[in-house]
Design a protein around this ligand. Structure first.
Ligand SMILES: [Zn+2]
Length: 193
């Protein structure tokens, strides 16, 4: 794969929310993000307001970003509905682009809805390093939030001997866990589809 193709591949979405609509055709539909390559490094400098270690690119909220007549047109999909962070993200994107001389227009795209599946592999790693356990798949997520299964890995020692403390952590999108081995409390980023 050429370096350019690799750059694009890094942000290809596997859109499982579309898969469910394909009437039992158990086929993965992929939607590719249309992002102008020269805009990627700029967008990578914009971080998620709630999780500063995560760029909006790794969060998977940018649907498209193209340069049209010297104006950058960007489409973003909000993460959790009604999340006030989205206004902040919009302003941060405009500011980052303005700093390198671009005016921009931002459009919110609500469908298909954002899912935690859109967080990139690098984003998941950044979450773990930051002390937040990355979301499991929907089925496993349900089980751990009902307290049935111990499979969420402690971000401190890696043990799965972890206990759900509260359905809600520092924000509504996280649950609070505690490790029974090293006693470290940590947040788990809940799965959202
Ligand atoms: Zn631990």
């Amino acid at each position: 794969m050429s370096p350019r193709a690799l750059l694009r591949a890094k942000y290809i979405l596997h859109d499982s929310s579309l898969r469910s609509k394909s009437r039992g055709l158990n086929k993965m539909i992929t939607t590719e993000q249309h992002i102008d390559e020269k805009l990627i490094p700029i967008l990578e400098t914009v971080s998620d307001p709630e999780i500063p270690v995560l760029s909006i690119m790794d969060m998977g909220v940018v649907r498209s970003a193209v340069l049209e007549n010297d104006i950058v047109k960007i489409q973003i999909t909000p993460t959790y509905s009604g999340c006030p962070a989205m206004d902040v993200i919009g302003d941060d994107i405009k500011k980052a682009l303005k700093e390198v001389g671009y005016n921009s227009e931002i459009e919110l795209i609500l469908a298909p809805a954002w899912t935690t599946d859109w967080i990139t592999t690098r984003g998941r790693k950044a979450l773990e390093d930051y002390g937040i356990a990355a979301p499991l798949d929907a089925e496993a997520d349900k089980e751990v939030l009902l307290g049935d299964k111990r499979i969420v890995k402690c971000t401190n020692c890696g043990s799965t001997n972890t206990r759900l403390v509260s359905q809600f952590g520092s924000t509504a999108c996280k649950a609070q866990f505690q490790c029974e081995d090293c006693q470290e409390p940590f947040d788990y980023f809940k799965c959202l589809k």
